[in-house]
Design a protein around this ligand. Structure first.
Ligand code: GCB
Length: 614
């Protein structure tokens, strides 16, 4: 698989999202579905089923706490019709693609196993033409079993703990422990698609861009499967449809004169310029596959004090996000995506981090089109146990980076990879682990810097020597010295000077913030009020304003919006560090940031004419 699935003259797409049948396997070992082979016959024949929307997390859909808190295998099923001509035409490849399902998935078509996939936030697919042609033809029964159990070797890691004290817990009672601060939503989270390609098809495209003076250079590499000597033709078109460059062959460089560069939002009059690259691959037998890829021409570079986009200093004034909303959990939802982009642009946000896992491809496409810059993070969150630094974990982590880079490499919005969030990077094995992880990521993509997000001690962090940009999280006057906002200035200055002094690398404050329950007020400010949140932010901002003249290259508030977490005594119906509520209503902090971010954009002198004050 590569990038997103698109229609073209040679490719059809059929979205089979919608209402599916659903059953959680509540048997003690969660294994009855496999013992009884629920995939072999319609799911309703082996037990009760309920309606389940796809895409959505299943957790908040029902009124049943057992489903909300379920751990183990759940079963999804849907009957779909496959167009007869897809089946009849032997030259058509039929693929079933799941945008993502959390965490481990097994996929059957008409009772025949078609795919297995580990990992919750990346797509997987199966070529199902063979099965369809052998089994019942046009009717296609899709069964997907999804298991949200986490282990020390999964990403994120987790553990199952059996409670053995019979005076306090019933027999077989278990809980899942994790080291991350968001609800472990599960289910089929992104659209499920059927699509076709010719048997000889474009399997992958890699594009890298640069420019010199007014000439843009787009180097491309096309991989075609099912044909040993495909004739490949590549054309690049401008907005108005005019062809600006073309080339033949599976690899080459396109030269674009009078190039329109891809610029971030608020950095240029005409941000997010996208060319359209059409790739045509014709096989020996005359079959042609066509795929069209949006291409933004831009460069990214890091110096010891700066982050450069198109050779101009870029300052991240942005947010951390989550894929999270009421009812649908982490299920993909266009209204939510568009609302969030509108809110970000309203606030003057020019960037976000996909904390703490890869987001839906549709979100990256939207960022490409709006010029919102992205730090693309893998699901390496909560790596705290020393056993999660072993070879099995590392091998899986490398695989996840391969899947992530392969999916996201052609997005101009993506400017940096983050391989982890707040790992126990002071532990001895972390040095080797992060050295391997960072160098592997660089071998997959040499065009982007690599980082991970740390909250470790600057002197003991084992992985910091390998990253290009230092990303630090801190919660001064919250988790440390709660209530004492007067300490922020001193402690934050020390934090920055320590890290820069040791590594001489640019620094992003990748998280900072404070919980605020919307509607709680006090003067003087007290923790959990909106005033306390704004006071914390202001104290951080004063230091950022000094240090961004030197080596601080960005600030990402934690968090864009309130979000759901596991139930604990430190969370009041979830994490309240949003500057927006979970329903996307602004708190005082949102207005504070809005004022600040537009002011910074103004100062850097790059604001487009329409946004400048009269
Ligand atoms: C962090 C984590 C983030 C948490 C946040 C908090 O450091 O990276 O996932 O939600 O702190 O609010 O505790």
């Amino acid at each position: 698989y590569f990038n997103s699935i698109r229609q073209s003259p040679s490719r059809e797409v059929k979205d089979v999202s919608g209402l599916w049948r659903f059953r959680a396997d509540l048997s003690p070992e969660r294994n009855r579905g496999f013992e009884q082979q629920w995939y072999r016959s319609p799911l309703a024949q082996t037990g009760p089923v309920i309606d389940m929307p796809v895409p959505s997390s299943y957790n908040d859909i029902t009124q049943d706490a057992k489903i909300r808190d379920f751990i183990g295998w759940v079963w999804y099923e849907k009957d779909v019709w496959v167009p007869a001509r897809w089946i009849q035409d032997r030259g058509t490849r039929i693929v079933l693609r799941v945008g993502s399902a959390h965490y481990y998935s097994v996929l059957w078509v008409n009772g025949v196993k078609a795919a297995e996939h580990e990992g919750g936030h990346l797509p997987f697919e199966a070529d199902i033409g063979g099965v369809l042609r052998q089994t019942s033809g046009n009717q296609c029964r899709i069964t997907i079993a999804v298991n949200n159990t986490l282990t020390l070797e999964t990403l994120p890691p987790g553990t199952i703990q059996y409670m053995t004290d019979r005076s306090r817990y019933p027999a077989g009672y278990f809980v899942q422990n994790t080291n991350f601060d968001f609800f472990n939503y599960a289910g089929i989270h992104r659209p499920v698609l059927l699509y076709t390609t010719p048997t000889a098809h474009i399997d992958d495209i890699t594009v890298e861009t640069t420019f010199s003076d007014n000439i843009g250079l787009v180097s491309f590499n096309v991989s075609v499967l099912g044909s040993s000597k495909p004739a490949v033709k590549v054309t690049l078109s401008a907005h108005d449809g005019r062809c600006v460059a073309s080339a033949d062959g599976i690899r080459g460089v396109l030269k674009v004169t009078d190039v329109n560069l891809w610029w971030p939002y608020l950095m240029h009059e005409n941000p997010a310029y996208l060319y359209s690259m059409e790739v045509q691959a014709t096989a020996e037998d005359g079959q042609t596959d066509v795929y069209t890829l949006p291409v933004g021409i831009r460069t990214v570079k890091v110096t010891s004090t700066q982050f450069l986009i198109n050779n101009k200093p870029f300052y991240f004034h942005g947010v951390n996000k989550h894929e999270d909303a009421d009812i649908r959990g982490k299920g993909f939802d266009w209204p939510l995506v568009v609302k969030d982009f509108n809110l970000m642009k309203w606030m003057g946000v020019n960037s976000f981090r996909t904390s703490h896992y890869p987001y839906a491809e549709e979100i990256l496409q939207t960022a490409d089109r709006h010029g919102i810059v992205i730090i693309d993070e893998c699901p390496g969150v909560g790596i705290k146990d020393i056993r999660s630094f072993g070879n099995v974990s590392l091998a899986h982590h490398l695989t996840v980076m391969e899947e992530l880079v392969r999916r996201d490499k052609n997005h101009p919005s993506v400017v940096m990879w983050s391989v982890a969030n707040e790992p126990a990077s002071e532990m001895p094995p972390a040095g080797f682990y992060f050295k391997e992880l960072v160098s592997h990521t660089k071998s997959l993509d040499s065009s982007r810097p690599v980082t991970y997000i740390t909250d470790s001690n600057y002197a003991r962090d084992q992985g910091a020597p390998y990253v290009d940009v230092i990303c630090v999280n801190s919660y001064l006057s919250w988790y440390h010295d709660p209530g004492h906002t007067e300490l922020i200035s001193l402690q934050l200055n020390t934090q920055f000077d320590d890290w820069f002094g040791k590594y001489q690398k640019p620094i992003i404050q990748s998280e900072y913030g404070a919980d605020a329950v919307s509607g709680l007020h006090s003067d003087p400010p007290m923790m959990f009020t909106e005033e306390y949140q704004t006071t914390v932010l202001q104290n951080y901002h004063n230091v950022f304003d000094q240090k961004r003249k030197e080596f601080v290259i960005g600030e990402l508030i934690w968090n864009f919006a309130d979000f759901m977490t596991a139930q604990t005594i430190t969370r009041v119906v979830g994490n309240k560090k949003g500057i927006l509520t979970r329903q996307r209503q602004p708190k005082a902090g949102a207005f504070l940031l809005r004022e600040r971010y537009w002011r910074i954009a103004n100062e850097t002198g790059a604001l487009p004419a329409w946004a400048r004050s009269p």
